[in-house]
Design a protein around this ligand. Structure first.
Ligand code: LLP
Length: 427
């Protein structure tokens, strides 16, 4: 397990998954994502009561993470042709019962449509156009429908995926029309799916059960599976409480049982978490390269920025930050610091609130060369990175049973420019 110690000068972390941070950095450099396989395994274990845990790989789609979850029995969700390719490369079979890979989206781009047809990937339709476009090409296949129940909730307005301001899902009152369309094309609707938002809470998630029961009854006896979607929150702040996965399961199990009674056959209960499985397993290590005083404010500027980790600038998301000092034994006084990155953009600050308000964080006094660890960074971390300011993508390491393994090497400068068509020297 990850080790950390609080001293009177703030949060100091010396190890990740039992490995000294200094050693990880010596071997792999910075910025570096490190994932602890033990934490991923234990989060998955908490959800095993559900018949299927379908990992929403958009949260962290490294092949090694997909492979780990596949070996542990999780199935997978894909939202693009690229994510289908990742799932296949990680060893998932294209089809089966239950489907190992489900394509869930609101549109088919042309690549995705061709791919789901060619590889017989199960499709979860989030729009009636998807039903039509799929039905025009194939017949006799089973589909599921993603229904927008008319309400939603997320940790940010940007992660709310329900209600009439959301583009997601088939609007609940159009379910009947969608069923008629599916029948017209000879597509069997065998399941209903709902996902109301990311980083929501138990209260809102519980309301989905009622909406699901209504929609599944309307879809009728062909329904053999229901999916509760993802959205399970994780405790980012010290005062946040962890949800009780057993209590959440019981809510859904009761819904499933009522549907089974109504239909007279078994109904598979799926859950589709991304964040819950990987957030706490991931750490972003970076090195402080400048310590500045701007008026009364102290800035620590590190070699990772929103090109590596975009959640603070996008959502004002809070992440714990700890220091891995070069000389661990030294007792440090505590200071209030703003933590930022290297990018040529004022918003490149990890300590900010929604709306771009810069905040300070109590941290140990630090110097150039000390390391910072941005914690709970495994979900929507690396995957939302970019090459902005022509910064290469970071490396990723997975630690399994005390062994760190490079699972994505750092992008090189040659690779960074490789897709540009070189200028014609004679032109
Ligand atoms: N299923 C569907 C259909 C989804 O759209 C999502 C997330 C999930 C499952 C997984 O949700 P989770 O269990 O991770 O909450 N970038 C944002 C999160 C965007 C989530 C998009 N959809 C963030 O960093 O908070």
């Amino acid at each position: 397990m990850a080790f950390s110690q609080e001293n009177d000068s703030g949060l100091i972390r010396e190890q990740i998954a039992g490995i000294p941070i200094a050693e990880l950095v010596k071997q792999f450099g910075t910025p570096l994502y490190v994932y602890d396989a033990a934490i991923i395994r234990s989060r998955l274990a908490e959800l095993r009561r559900f018949d299927v845990v379908r990992y929403a790989q958009k949260a962290c789609s490294n092949l090694a993470v997909l492979d780990l979850l596949r070996r542990e029995g999780a199935l997978v969700d894909a939202v693009s042709a690229g994510e289908i390719h990742r799932a296949l490369a990680a060893g998932y079979a294209p089809s089966g019962d239950p489907p190992p890979i489900v394509y869930t989206a609101d549109i088919f781009d042309r690549d995705a449509l061709d791919l789901v047809i060619a590889r017989d990937i199960h499709v979860n339709c989030g729009s009636r156009d998807m039903i039509e476009q799929y039905g025009e090409r194939v017949s006799g296949r089973e589909i599921t429908l993603r229904i927008n129940p008319g309400f939603g909730h997320g940790h940010s307005r940007k992660t709310n995926t329900g209600g009439d301001l959301s583009k997601h899902g088939i609007w609940h009152s159009q379910l009947h029309d969608a069923l008629v369309e599916a029948e017209h094309y000879g597509l069997g609707v065998t399941g209903i799916h709902m996902h109301i938002g990311s980083g929501t809470d138990l209260e809102h998630l519980a309301q989905v059960c009622t909406a699901m029961e209504k929609a599944a009854l309307e879809a009728g006896r062909n329904v053999r599976s229901i999916s509760a979607g993802g959205g399970l929150p994780v405790p980012y702040r010290p005062q946040d409480t962890r949800i009780d996965p057993a209590a959440y399961f019981e809510l859904w199990n009761a819904t499933r049982r009522r549907l089974e009674d109504a239909f007279g056959h078994a109904v598979r209960l799926e859950i589709e978490p991304g964040r819950y499985l990987v957030a706490e397993a991931g750490f972003l290590i970076c090195e402080i390269r400048a310590v500045k005083k701007q008026g009364d404010n102290l800035f620590y500027l590190a070699d990772a920025g929103f090109n590596n980790f975009a959640r603070p600038i996008l959502y004002g998301a809070y992440h714990p930050i700890s220091l891995a000092p070069r000389e661990p034994r030294l007792l440090r006084e505590s200071v209030e610091a703003v933590v930022g990155g290297p990018l040529c953009e004022s918003g490149d600050i990890f300590t900010q609130e929604e709306g771009g308000f810069v905040t300070k964080r109590r941290l140990p006094a630090a110097a150039v060369g000390d390391l910072l660890v941005i914690e709970i960074a495994g979900a929507y971390g690396f995957v939302m990175g970019s090459n902005y300011n022509s910064k290469p993508y970071a490396a990723e390491v997975l630690v399994t049973n005390g062994e760190p393994r490079l699972v994505r090497r750092r992008q090189t400068y040659e690779e960074l420019i490789a897709w540009d068509v070189p200028p014609d020297p004679t032109g």
